[in-house]
Design a protein around this ligand. Structure first.
Ligand SMILES: Cc1cc2nc3c(=O)[nH]c(=O)nc-3n(C[C@H](O)[C@H](O)[C@H](O)COP(=O)(O)OP(=O)(O)OC[C@H]3O[C@@H](n4cnc5c(N)ncnc54)[C@H](O)[C@@H]3O)c2cc1C
Length: 500
């Protein structure tokens, strides 16, 4: 039996890429492939978030979120420094605007101290020293919060991983998964996205289609499977980074007319054992599911019952008009409501200097539904058929109605922001790109709070990696890598590994 690789990762978001990077560091020589359906990295959650390096103050001691965010925020700052990725440790304010929030603010102070995070209590006059336009009864200043561009971090991780020998195959959507003892086979369809079949920064033929899209032009590119495609000019390396130039491994693929699986086998020096016309099936010893908004689907494709479902919530943002951007100097958050950990409109001055205000959270009508016009009946039907969605709707309909109202009415949104920023006017707000959160929901309607990483034979599934997973991506990647390599070692110790 021929293997294309030891470890196959689905998803080139920040979690999948950090995992691939961690494997190349922990086990140099391990053959790692990342499959990504989009033409480049970080096209979903990783490229559409607030860009905040969270301190970890919110998360209960003992949780994975606390452990990985505390460790991850410091590591993320160092990673950005080491690789010249724009970032800044700005600190942030958490502001109580209502007396009812004061006990929760005090609990946060306690928690921050337990975690060893520098926190300072502020009264209204001290709030004004940090943020003259922000109003509040009391606040805390959290010293270790920062900002960066997580898309740039992901692109750099992709480069570092490929330099260390991993292969990233863009434009390749996983559509079927088969498994037998000790191995997993994954079928990819390359018909759906531009850049199909592109391996890292090189040029490759689109794969031989296995039926799904045979002979059909790609919706995005008009290309027909089998045509040679030059890599789009979107390799998106971080400018000026030594670590982000095309690698020898990438160049080695050159213009070779091969399918990805063939290319990988050739590169791993296993060509002789490859079937003559392997199409787009990748065989691996271990599979890692980092598919974000689609992680539950991937788990089901693999025959596993994930015990949760991703219910997509869109977070909508506005940007302050440039002439009014001086209203906000840094990061200003409300006291979180424990029932809705990801809600609460905040004010964020990003690494590019623009000020984002949001999000409000509304159900998305597609897993990648970034506006109200994007509807995927299959996604919607899946959400509506899931008992957990109805439990959420029953429990939180009032809150949900408010969020919908704020989504549809800029006036209502402005009113909500005025609690923190009284000077804001409706005409100060410009629409800004939205993001969709991959929120795992249990069948009883509980929103999974902590990161959720599970193992089934030969597979590691990442089933809940919402905020602060971008902040925490470096330790999360090491954790997943450790579990996958543990599986690999177990297999080798059992002597059950066929030559690859
Ligand atoms: C609005 C918003 C704001 C946020 N703000 C912050 C913040 O300020 N700080 C922070 O730390 N975190 C924040 N987060 C969370 C953070 O963005 C995510 O936790 C993180 O990006 C998750 O990364 P990921 O790699 O798991 O998912 P993703 O980035 O979504 O990557 C998953 C990848 O899998 C690919 N994929 C899916 N299915 C398939 C398939 N079948 N075949 C091949 N590829 C597939 C997708 O195309 C995608 O590229 C925010 C999230 C949102 C939505």
């Amino acid at each position: 039996m021929a293997y294309d690789c030891d470890v196959l990762v689905i998803g080139a978001g920040i979690v999948g890429l950090s995992t691939a990077y961690a494997i190349t560091r922990a086990a140099p020589g391990a053959r790692v492939v990342v499959l990504e359906k989009e033409p480049g990295p970080a096209r979903h959650q990783t490229g559409r978030n607030s860009g905040v390096i969270h301190s970890g103050i919110y998360y209960p001691p003992g949780s994975l979120k606390a452990r990985f965010a505390l460790q991850g925020s410091a590591e993320m700052v160092k990673f950005c420094l080491d690789h010249a990725i724009p970032h800044e440790v700005t600190g942030k304010l958490i502001v109580a605007t209502d007396r009812a929030e004061l006990p929760r603010l005090h609990s946060l102070i306690q928690r921050g101290r337990e975690h060893g995070i520098p926190v300072r209590e502020l009264g209204p006059a001290q709030i004004a020293q940090y943020e003259p336009e922000v109003s509040g009864l009391a606040a805390i200043h959290v010293g270790t919060t920062g900002i960066t561009d997580f898309g740039a971090v992901a692109r750099c991780l992709a480069t570092l991983a490929t330099e260390a020998g991993a292969h990233i195959v863009y434009g390749s959507e996983v559509t079927a998964i088969g498994r037998r003892a000790g191995r997993v086979a994954v079928r990819v369809s390359s018909g759906g996205g531009m850049g199909a079949g592109r391996i890292a920064g090189g040029v490759a033929r689109t794969p031989v289609d296995t039926g799904r899209g045979a002979g059909r032009a790609s919706a995005d590119t008009g290309r027909v499977a089998g045509e040679v495609s030059r890599a789009p000019a979107d390799t998106e390396r971080v400018p000026g980074e030594a670590g982000c130039a095309p690698t020898d491994a990438e160049r080695a693929f050159g213009d070779a007319p091969h399918t990805p699986a063939d290319a990988l086998r050739a590169s791993f020096d296993r060509a002789s054992s490859a079937p003559a016309s392997s199409d787009t099936v990748f065989r691996a010893r271990v599979l890692i599911n980092c598919a974000g908004l689609h992680c539950d689907r991937i788990a089901r494709l693999a025959g596993d019952a994930p015990g949760m479902r991703i219910v997509p919530f869109r977070g909508e943002y506005h940007t302050l008009a440039p002439a009014r951007a001086s209203l906000v100097r840094g990061l200003v958050y409300p006291v979180p409501d424990p029932a809705f950990p990801f809600l609460g409109v905040h004010l964020t001055r990003g690494i590019d200097g623009s000020v984002h205000i949001g999000p409000n959270a509304v159900p998305a009508l597609a897993r990648e539904g970034y506006d109200w016009r994007t509807v995927r009946p299959a996604d919607l039907a899946g959400t509506l058929a899931y008992p957990g969605s109805w439990h959420i709707a029953r429990r939180h309909w009032r809150y949900g109605a408010g969020e919908l109202h704020r989504s549809l009415s800029r006036r209502a949104f402005t009113e909500a922001v005025r609690r923190l920023l009284p000077a804001i006017r409706e005409e100060d707000l410009r629409p800004s790109p939205a993001g969709v959160r991959a929120q795992a929901v249990l069948p009883d309607g509980t929103l999974a709070d902590d990161f959720l990483i599970t193992e089934t034979p030969s597979i590691v599934h990442v089933l809940n990696a919402p905020s602060p997973a971008a902040t925490a991506s470096l330790p999360i990647g090491r954790e997943i890598a450790g579990r996958a390599l543990g599986m690999l070692e177990g297999r080798l110790a059992e002597g059950g590994v066929a030559s690859g």
